[in-house]
Ligand binder design. Structure first.
Ligand code: NDP
Length: 391
């Protein structure tokens, strides 16, 4: 029987993964090794029971008594804390979903690679912060990383049977997020609730705000560079408000392969779960005659400074991805807490990149996990100082 683990099971991607696993037979079809969550122990315990998991782990140690109570008498082991999540990743599984949000997903993903199985990677922050290390470890250990981000799954699928050398460009589509039609001068006043009203995708809170600011797309540009190994100037971003084309690959002969489907993450999660095969998935089918029109427009860099900043991150590479991501996470925390305005997030990230690069050489050919975690930590401290000074 195939063994699986789900990291970040209680989140949006985790729920969709649980749904597909359950529909495919749950514990009759898969042996679940580990499920992990952050604080939502009631849901984590339900999932652990339903999948008859070996171990359930919550990140927040203060939630451990509640998790223990909820799973008393079930035989499911319980644990809490970051170290326990990393230890859960040490338990071998054939297929591991990496869907913790933020840089917290990096260490469990790296540890899961050690078994040489398949890592379904939703946690884009892992590739942004540690792309060369993660991809190098996967090659060294014979593990397969399968992209789960819808754009990267689309590109991955468009490349089946193709040589990467035949690729001229990769075109990432972006919905533009909740604020895409707002006048530029109004963006500074956007509230959290307004930035959360995503027109097409139902996602976790953090990625939804990142979608409105295009920090999400900026992370995906870097993710594309690291995962597919293409040059930065081969990666384009285009706004496609309908979110029906999930991304495109342009080849040397001028042909463009586009991947289309309903905006439902179960497409790409299901592809990663069944890869290299395809299986029927419970997603809506497109009625093209009813859709009738697809629209595209170039992104305005004045609205989306994140798209400019990610180019600089790719130029420097090394530790700059870790600094960029950490600063973005702190700026987002401050926006969510009401301390800064929507457009200030990019200013904080830019200032943090400048400040940290004056303290630490970011350009590196070789990096260790410790280097990356050190840069992440320093960037969080500096971004916090910068955000408080602005707030
Ligand atoms: P959610 O916020 O919905 O879920 C995040 C998950 O991580 C939850 O299980 C949460 O636990 C857990 N978690 C939060 N903080 C920590 C922590 N410090 N340590 C361990 N676990 C933690 O996020 P999404 O599902 O939206 O996103 C997950 C990842 O997938 C992100 O990297 C995102 O960029 C990526 N992604 C998401 C897409 C989407 O459609 N949602 C699309 C493409 C990529 P709890 O809720 O119990 O506190």
């Amino acid at each position: 029987m195939r063994t699986i683990s789900i990291f970040g099971a209680t989140g949006s991607i985790g729920e969709s993964t649980f749904d597909l696993i359950t529909r495919a037979g749950g514990p009759e079809a898969f042996r679940t090794v580990a499920v992990t969550g952050g604080r939502n122990v009631a849901r984590l315990a339900e999932m652990a029971r339903a999948l008859r998991a070996e171990v359930a782990v919550c990140a927040d140690e203060s939630c451990l008594p509640a998790l223990r109570d909820a799973l008393a008498g079930t035989g499911v082991e319980v644990a809490a804390g970051d170290a326990a999540i990393a230890e859960a990743a040490d338990r071998p599984a054939d297929w591991v979903m990496s869907a913790i949000v933020g840089a917290a997903g990096l260490v469990p993903g790296m540890r899961a690679l050690r078994h040489g199985g398949r890592l379904a990677l939703a946690n884009k922050e892992s590739l942004v912060t540690a792309g060369p290390l993660l991809m190098g470890e996967a090659r060294r250990l014979g593990a397969t990383i399968l992209p789960v981000d819808s754009e990267h799954s689309a590109i991955f699928q468009a490349l089946v049977g193709e040589e990467i050398a035949a690729v001229e460009r990769i075109i990432l589509t972006a919905s533009g997020g909740a604020l895409r039609d707002w006048p530029l001068e109004a963006l500074a006043r956007a509230t959290v609730a307004e930035a959360l009203a995503h027109p097409n995708w139902a996602m976790g809170q953090r990625i939804t705000i990142d979608s409105a600011s295009m920090f999400n797309k900026a992370l995906e540009v870097i993710e594309t560079r690291e995962f597919f190994g293409v040059e930065p100037d081969q990666i384009e971003v285009i706004i496609h408000p309908e979110s029906l084309i999930h991304s495109m690959v342009g080849f040397q002969d001028g042909a463009i392969m586009a991947h289309m489907g309903a905006p439902d993450m179960r497409h790409s999660i299901g592809y990663a779960l069944n890869w290299p095969d395809r299986a029927a998935l419970p997603v809506a089918r497109l009625d093209l005659a009813q859709i009738a029109t697809l629209t595209f427009r170039a992104p305005d860099l004045a609205r989306y400074p994140a798209l400019r900043l990610c180019r600089e991150v790719m130029r420097v590479r090394g530790l700059s991805g870790a600094v960029f991501n950490a600063a973005k996470e702190i700026a987002l925390d401050h926006f969510l807490a009401g301390g800064i305005g929507f457009m200030e997030m990019s200013g904080i990230v830019e200032e943090t990149l400048a400040r940290v690069s004056s303290e630490l050489c970011l350009e590196r050919d070789v990096m260790t996990l410790e280097d990356i975690l050190g840069a992440d930590h320093l960037a969080r401290v500096r971004a916090g100082e910068i955000a408080r000074a602005r707030g």
